[in-house]
Design a protein around this ligand. Structure first.
Ligand SMILES: [Zn+2]
Length: 302
């Protein structure tokens, strides 16, 4: 299987220095540019992994303005957590991470929330060709009261690409999911805009929320027959739900969208597991870092 083992990871990142070198290469490999004055000349900063701008003397660490900025864990541990959450098939709950790496759960939670943010789809690669779309409800998980359902259920819209595998069987190519307020066309449209190419042919059930979207997409509606006419789509829904159940009872609180993003980041790269860690680490450097406050705010909005 095309994946990376813990041994391979530890051979590649043996020390903190190896992690700093990776960040330096990603940040400044194609040339230094000062964030303050755009200057391109630099000399060594206060530590070997800092660069100081020759024009304005701004001294920047390799971790500054990356996801690892102000991380309470040492860099090697943070890299190993990135490895675990990206490569491990079912991901890892914050409780498991805290136990394994001997840190506080809050620290593990914050770092994982930041990685989940980096796992969000770029929106650049919408689903193509034969696409199926459906909505489903998720909810009723509460780790403090197992079996009880006092959390409101949330509606999710899911799109999959139908492809034929090498044995000639119909299967799921890529997939995306988005939490929506309700099944109205107004709520469905942003998902279509971002995730469904206008050139593809879409199949949905008979729900009227899809009707107004026919103006812009080629949509064919078919009775679901309790999911029998959308077999692969419904298998995918069951896989998402069972993963959420497995991870939720161990997670304190959750933001469903982030878990859906995490699930699909891995799912859509399941054929390229050898490069999935690099993909996540590169995004950790390129994306504007998200703060604890921003995470809590986004939690309140979903
Ligand atoms: Zn400068």
């Amino acid at each position: 299987m095309n994946t990376v083992s813990v041994k391979e990871f530890r051979d590649r990142f043996k020390t903190q220095e190896d992690c700093y070198r990776f960040l330096i290469e990603q940040k400044w490999g194609s040339g230094f540019k000062c964030r303050k004055c755009d200057g391109t000349k630099w000399y060594k900063g206060k530590q070997w992994f800092y660069r100081r701008c020759s024009s304005c003397y701004y001294d920047e660490s390799a971790t500054a303005n990356t996801l690892f900025h102000k991380c309470k864990l040492n860099l090697l541990t943070a890299f190993e957590i990135a490895f675990r959450v990206s490569v491990k098939k079912k991901g890892m709950s914050t409780t498991e991470l805290a136990r394994e790496f001997g840190c506080q759960q809050k620290t593990a939670w914050l770092l994982k929330a930041k990685f989940q943010n980096a796992m969000k789809s770029s929106g650049k690669y919408p689903l193509e060709d034969a696409v199926e779309v459906d909505e489903f409800l998720v909810g009723g998980f509460d780790e403090n009261q197992p079996g009880r359902s006092n959390e409101r259920k949330q509606l999710v819209v899911l799109g999959i690409e139908k492809v034929i595998d090498k044995d000639g069987h119909e299967t799921v190519g890529r997939a995306y999911a988005k939490v929506i307020k309700n099944g109205s066309a107004e709520n469905l449209k942003p998902f279509f805009e971002e995730k469904v190419s206008k050139d593809c042919s879409v199949k949905t059930d008979g729900w009227r929320g899809y009707l107004p979207l026919k103006k812009d997409w080629e949509i064919q509606q078919e009775v679901s027959n309790k999911g029998k006419n959308f077999k692969e789509l419904h298998t995918h829904i069951m896989n998402i739900k069972s993963w959420l159940r497995g991870i939720h009872h161990k997670c304190k609180g959750h933001r469903l969208q982030n878990y859906l993003d995490e699930f699909h980041f891995r799912f859509n790269r399941r054929g390229f597991m050898g490069s999935i860690l690099d993909k996540l680490l590169i995004r950790a450097v390129q994306l504007e870092p998200i703060t604890y406050k921003q995470i809590i705010k986004s939690e309140l909005n979903t």
